[in-house]
Design a protein around this ligand. Structure first.
Ligand SMILES: NC(=O)c1ccc[n+]([C@@H]2O[C@H](COP(=O)([O-])OP(=O)(O)OC[C@H]3O[C@@H](n4cnc5c(N)ncnc54)[C@H](OP(=O)(O)O)[C@@H]3O)[C@@H](O)[C@H]2O)c1
Length: 242
């Protein structure tokens, strides 16, 4: 299937790395569905990308809202009959602190978006991805979620003791492995992407990389060929340990 006939859904695509993933997929001729929880922000993103010649279409989607995710799946089925690429990009940080100081309500809020949101959206979209000849799922993770890296006291980010966010990304990695195993007999490939530390609203624009750079690994994984990997965790530099 040529790229110009592919359909991609990116959650949290109205800004940051998600917007850049949508832009880079769209520049390849792929139709991008701009998943956004806020209609105005989603429409603005659609218009910006349309102005660059991208076939971008806003889809209302709040990953914490079961009805909105189910409605999005029904709308995509009605319009396209399938989905070729799902990028689970929407993610949040909530009042991050080391474990001893962290509030359970913040933990629940982070998991509601970063973990249950990924599961909810994936579960709703897998039937549509199975209708594709080449379904691809990319989960936006982080090296902060790597248990192997965090077990090394010399890990460069070991001081980022953000228990809610970091453990949510470890859970995203677990979802990646289990979904990859579950779908191994299908054409669907499921991988996790680490964008690196990028300047976005998530970190008050303190990151060293641009969102454009951060989007690249996810875009590569979203457009893997049939002999590409599944059940892996990747950054620009290659494979990452779980
Ligand atoms: N920036 C980094 O250095 C970095 C590093 C590693 C991993 N990541 C991951 O990369 C992904 C994108 O992050 P970012 O840095 O681009 O952050 P960002 O600029 O804050 O963008 C986050 C996006 O997620 C959306 N979102 C949040 N909650 C949502 C919900 N319930 N339903 C739908 N959309 C929701 C936001 O929408 P609103 O505009 O409506 O808030 C926004 O579009 C996240 O998963 C993040 O954990 C980022």
């Amino acid at each position: 299937m040529s790229k110009s006939s592919l359909i991609a859904l990116v959650t949290g695509a109205n800004k940051g790395i998600g917007f850049e993933i949508a832009r880079q997929l769209g520049k390849q001729g792929i139709t991008v569905l701009i998943g956004a929880r806020d209609e105005r922000r989603g429409m603005e993103a659609e218009l910006r990308l349309a102005g660059e010649g991208v076939d971008a279409r806003f889809v209302h989607l709040d990953v914490t809202d079961q009805q909105s995710v189910e409605d999005a799946a029904v709308a995509i089925r009605g319009q396209f009959g399938r989905l070729d690429i799902l990028v689970n990009n929407a993610g949040i940080l909530v009042d991050e602190k080391p474990p001893s100081d962290y509030d359970i309500r913040s933990m629940v809020a982070v998991y509601e978006t970063n973990v249950f949101g990924v599961f909810r959206t994936t579960k709703a979209m897998v039937p549509l991805l199975l209708a594709s000849e080449q379904g691809r799922i990319v989960n936006m993770s982080s090296s902060l979620g790597s248990l192997t890296l965090n077990s090394d006291p010399n890990f460069e980010l070991a001081s980022f003791l953000m228990i809610g966010y970091n453990s949510s990304k470890a859970a995203v990695n677990a979802l990646t492995v289990f979904y990859a195993n579950d779908l191994r007999e299908s054409a669907i490939k499921v991988n996790a992407a680490d964008p690196g530390y990028c300047a976005t609203a998530l970190n008050a624009f303190t990151g060293m990389r641009t969102p454009e750079e951060g989007a690249r690994t996810a875009v590569r994984l979203a457009t893997l060929p049939a002999d590409g990997p599944t059940g892996g965790f990747f950054s620009d530099a290659g494979s990452l340990p779980w």
